[in-house]
Design a protein around this ligand. Structure first.
Ligand code: SF4
Length: 65
């Protein structure tokens, strides 16, 4: 599984990388970016779901690889 950010929707609120820093980081404008290709292990599933539920723009989805 991996997390994906829709860059057309992300507005840079920053919740993803504050709440789930193992999976997300920010770019130089404060917009969210997935770490690496967004792939995560089962141990990070709750962090991924937390980010999905916390993004005010609903810009984050969890997808199959
Ligand atoms: S929480 Fe959502 S809107 Fe905010 S930076 Fe992350 S993906 Fe973008």
């Amino acid at each position: 599984m991996r997390v994906v950010i829709d860059d057309d929707v992300c507005s840079g609120h920053g919740r993803c990388y504050v709440l789930s820093p193992t999976l997300f980081t920010d770019d130089d404008r404060g917009y969210g970016q997935v770490t690496g290709d967004g792939t995560f292990a089962d141990d990070d599933r709750s962090a991924a779901e937390r980010a999905v539920g916390s993004c005010p723009e609903h810009a984050i989805t969890i997808v199959d690889r």
